[in-house]
Every structure is written in structure tokens, then in C-alpha cells.
Write a protein that binds this ligand. Structure first.
Ligand code: HEM
Length: 482
């Protein structure tokens, strides 16, 4: 690579239109593919998703690219090499001394950003339904604070609190002393689909569409195994909660991110709560909690604390803002003046939900033999599997049952009563709108979980001031091409 210009990720990210030229990266190579995009066999709109960033997450989704010919096409467009290693780390550290957000990692340009400081970004809906496993680089990012940079080599997990012998474990000790366990689990932000709630009445919070959700194969050690080494006893009637603290800290107030889960969830062999160091076979990235995070399957994302610093068994829940005064839902008449945070429990297991990922809202669709193909996801909290997804193309008057696609690798069969931590992808060619005279179609989906929980048809009655757990029927309007 000697003699090739070196580019930073930020520089690459500036090239995402034909006018500025279209650049992408693959491994450490930088490519100017402006001349290729129109010739792309998979279409212009798809390849443009990678403009200004890495093609790798997309190639993980669309495996047609896993052959040497594709690299052969790419190679002639190479213009340079991506900056990496010590130089990039040193300049990030220097910047962080002045601005706590300056050392945040680069993000894939296909994310739909919902806030920059702290960074929050979601996966475009159409990519979600392409694969049961979400590639790491496009897995949604929900940060509450600046990204802490925790050195894996000197990392020590602290375990201390009530009813437990104190422990300090390096990453190496966690890997060598405990059995490795993998779990395929979906993580969803409590505020997923908040945007729709805001259309009913404005809600304070990040305006997520349906992309604050993703599924990965998480690898690590069982929380239960670590607690057992600390001799925490199930019979200790005093300890009721396991609190987690992160390394992420509010630069002004010094408050650190924290959350807790009930003791029974933490200790259950069947609940698969993990201290994860791997995501889809890779070490965790900075945005996803490196070097160690909690993954609480079947529970809202806020409890899966990233950059884990300390585990604290306790008689009480986490005192943190995010456990006590956030991620709780109240009736639609409660407002910011009347809310009594202590009157509702902290959200743990979210209700059954589903979303249409394809087609995207507002797109024009043509009917092939009177049918239109829909794809999406369905998921429920607590490990309850999905037994059915119903789809309508006439706003909910008539319904077709969708085809449930095979479970994600490592996930149990559809409709399992427990342990179904991963979402179910579905698709349907709905025999919908034959003979319709309307220029638009209202597409709807709703799912049923293994406890026969259903989704409510409208948002009004479940509206809440924090805009969380919106699981109303998902509705997408599309135009009919004549
Ligand atoms: C298909 C090249 C980026 C999505 C293909 C094929 C080639 C190709 C050669 C045909 C494969 C076959 O024989 O079946 C490239 C190159 C890229 C690139 C050189 C980057 C510089 C992307 C990106 C996406 C994408 C970023 C998605 C976001 C697809 C899809 C197909 C496809 C969906 C399948 C089309 C079909 O089978 O109908 N690409 N691709 N590609 N590509 Fe790409």
C-alpha cells in the first residue's frame, strides 16, 4: 500500500454524492465508485446506502458478494488507504481532552442519526428485514453519554455489594475461568417507534422510527456463574436486585449510567443473562460497550448496561436516573407536571410488537397479480415466542397470516413459551388490493405471542409522556402505481 494516500473515516464520509464523488471502504482500502454505481447489479439505491462508509455490513446481509469476482470489480476503483492504528488513537485521545464527545467512534453513514451528542442512530427499516442477524456496524446505537474508552488489557470487573464476596475479574480471567456461553438475542430500545406516538401528541425524546432494534449472537459468560463464584445465595431473602454500573459518565454532573434487574432473572439458568465480550463473533465495538457489557435477553435495552464497571447485588433497585425517573409508562393524562415517578415500576419485559420494514412509507408499489410483498419483524419480551403475524392491506379490515421465516441461528422454534429471545422475521405476499380504486394503501401488521398477547390497534390509549413501549399496530401508507 506504500505511496497510496491515507484517508480518515471522516474524510471518506464527506464523499457520498456524485458531485462530491462516491467513496466507500472495504477492509483498509478506500474506493471511488462514482463510475460503478449506475452499473451495480443490485441497483443504485442499494449501493448508495454504503456511500461514505464501509460496504462490509451490507455484504454480510447480501451474501451474493461473497465471491472473488466482486473484489475484482472493486479493485480498479481503489484510491487510497484508511487511516488506522496508533496515529488515529492518539489524535482521538488528544481531542477527547477538550471535548468529551470528540473521541466517539466513527459511525456507519447508513445510520439514521437521531442525536449527535450523545450519539444515537438507528438502522434503516429496509435493512432490518434482510437478515435475522443484524451486522455489528449497522446495529442501532443508543448512547446516553459520551462513549468511554476502556482499555481491555487493564480492565477489571468489580463485583461487590450485599450478600456477596467481593470479586475483581480481568477480561482474561472471565474468559479463562468461566464457561463461554452464546445467546441469540434481540435488543430493542424502550423508545422504538416513538415517532408514531409523537404524531398523536408530542413526546420528549429521541424520535425513533422502527429501527431502534437489532439481533446478534452474543458471546460471553453467564452472569449467574459469576454471582455463584461470589457465593450469592438464592436463599438470601434480603438481596432482591442486581444493579449494574457503566463506565459512561455525565461530564457535568458526574452521574454514571446504571440499571438493575430482579434477582430471579439474574440467577435463572433459563434466562441466559450474559456478561458479553463478543457480538456476532467479534469483540464488542466501542459503541456497543467494549470490552464487556450486560445482555439481558427479553428485557428492554436500557438494562443491558454497556461498558460494565461494577455489579452490585442489593435489596433495592438501581438508584440511577434511568431506573427511577425514566423508562416508565403512565396513563395518557399524566403530564410532566403531574408525573409521580415512584408510582410505576421500571420497565423490564416489553410487550409484543411488530413492524413493517418493506415497503418503506410513501414508496410507490406496483401490484404483481394483485399482490404486494411485505417484510418485517415481530418480537415479544420475556422470551415469549411469536405464534402469528397478521397483515392487512386495507387498514385492518381483512387479514392474511404472514409466513414466519426460519428462526435466527441458535433461536428456538417459533411459538416457544420461553427462551425465544430473538425476533421473528416474516414476509407475505398479501392478496390485497385487487380492484381497489384508492391511490394509496394502508398496510398494517400486528403480532401475537405465545401467551396470546396482542397489539392494541391505536396509539391514543397507550400514549405516555416518555413515549415508550409503543406497540400499536404498525401502519405504513404506500402509493399504488397505476
Ligand atoms: C448484487 C457488486 C455494494 C446490494 C451484486 C452483484 C455484484 C455486486 C457483482 C451481482 C452478484 C451476483 O452475481 O449475484 C457490488 C459492489 C459493491 C456493492 C462492487 C460495492 C462497491 C452493494 C451494497 C448493497 C448491495 C452496499 C446493499 C446495501 C446488492 C444486492 C444484490 C447485489 C441486493 C443482489 C441483486 C439481485 O440478486 O437481484 N452486487 N455491490 N451491493 N448487490 Fe452489490
Amino acid at each position: 500500500d506504500k505511496g497510496r494516500p491515507i484517508y480518515t473515516r471522516e474524510e471518506v464520509a464527506k464523499h457520498k454524492t456524485p458531485r462530491d464523488r462516491i467513496w466507500v471502504t472495504y477492509k483498509e482500502g478506500v474506493y471511488d465508485i462514482t463510475e460503478f454505481v449506475e452499473m451495480h447489479p443490485g441497483g443504485l439505491s442499494k449501493i448508495m446506502l454504503a456511500a461514505g462508509g464501509s460496504v462490509e455490513p451490507f455484504w454480510a446481509l447480501y451474501q451474493q458478494h461473497r465471491k472473488p469476482e466482486v473484489l475484482g470489480i472493486l479493485e480498479p476503483y481503489r484510491i487510497g488507504t484508511l487511516e488506522g492504528g496508533a496515529a488515529a488513537a492518539a489524535s482521538a485521545a488528544a481531542a477527547a481532552a477538550v471535548d468529551p464527545y470528540a473521541s466517539d467512534p466513527a459511525r456507519h453513514p447508513s445510520f439514521i442519526p437521531r442525536s449527535e451528542r450523545p450519539y444515537n442512530g438507528e438502522t434503516p427499516g429496509t435493512l432490518l428485514a434482510a437478515s435475522p442477524i443484524t451486522p455489528n456496524e449497522i446495529f442501532f446505537v443508543r448512547n446516553h453519554l459520551p462513549v468511554p474508552h476502556v482499555d481491555a488489557a487493564s480492565y477489571k470487573l468489580k463485583v461487590e455489594g450485599e450478600g456477596i464476596r467481593s470479586l475483581e475479574l480481568s477480561l482474561e480471567e472471565l474468559k479463562s475461568r468461566f464457561r463461554k456461553h452464546t445467546v441469540t438475542a434481540t435488543i430493542q430500545c424502550s423508545g422504538n417507534r416513538r415517532n408514531e406516538m409523537s404524531l398523536v401528541r408530542h413526546v420528549k425524546g429521541l424520535s425513533w422510527d422502527q429501527g431502534a432494534i437489532g439481533t446478534a449472537v452474543w458471546g460471553g459468560v453467564r452472569l449467574r456463574d459469576v454471582l455463584k463464584v461470589g457465593r450469592l445465595s438464592e436463599d438470601d431473602m434480603h438481596v432482591r436486585h442486581i444493579q449494574f454500573e457503566g463506565y459512561d459518565k455525565d461530564p457535568a454532573s458526574e452521574e454514571i449510567y446504571g440499571a438493575s434487574i430482579p434477582l430471579h432473572k439474574a440467577l435463572s439458568l433459563y434466562d441466559d443473562v450474559l456478561l458479553a465480550y463478543e457480538m456476532n463473533g467479534q469483540p464488542l465495538s466501542a459503541d456497543h460497550g467494549a470490552p464487556l457489557r450486560v445482555v439481558v435477553p427479553g428485557v428492554t435495552g436500557a438494562r443491558s448496561v454497556k461498558w460494565l464497571r461494577r455489579i452490585v447485588p442489593s435489596s433495592s433497585e438501581s438508584p440511577s436516573h434511568w431506573q427511577q425517573r425514566d423508562y416508565k409508562a403512565f396513563n395518557p393524562s399524566v403530564d410532566w407536571d403531574s408525573v409521580e415517578w415512584g408510582s410505576a415500576p421500571a420497565l423490564q419485559e416489553p410487550p409484543v410488537t411488530s413492524a413493517i420494514c418493506e415497503p418503506a412509507p410513501g414508496t410507490s408499489v406496483s401490484l404483481a397479480d394483485g399482490e404486494i410483498t411485505l417484510r418485517g419483524y415481530a418480537w415479544s419480551g420475556g422470551g415469549r415466542g411469536i405464534i402469528r403475524v397478521d397483515v392487512s392491506a386495507d387498514g385492518g379490515k381483512s387479514w392474511t397470516a404472514a409466513k414466519l421465516l426460519p428462526p435466527a441461528p441458535g433461536a428456538p422454534p417459533h411459538g416457544s413459551y420461553s427462551g425465544a429471545w430473538a425476533w421473528t422475521l416474516w414476509e407475505v405476499s398479501s392478496a390485497a388490493a385487487e380492484g381497489t380504486s384508492s391511490p394509496t394503501l394502508e398496510l398494517v401488521c400486528k403480532a401475537v405471542d405465545s401467551s396470546y398477547n396482542n397489539q392494541p390497534d391505536s396509539i391514543g390509549p397507550i400514549w405516555n409522556l416518555r413515549g415508550i413501549v409503543n406497540n400499536a399496530w404498525h401502519r405504513v401508507n404506500v402509493k399504488l402505481e397505476s
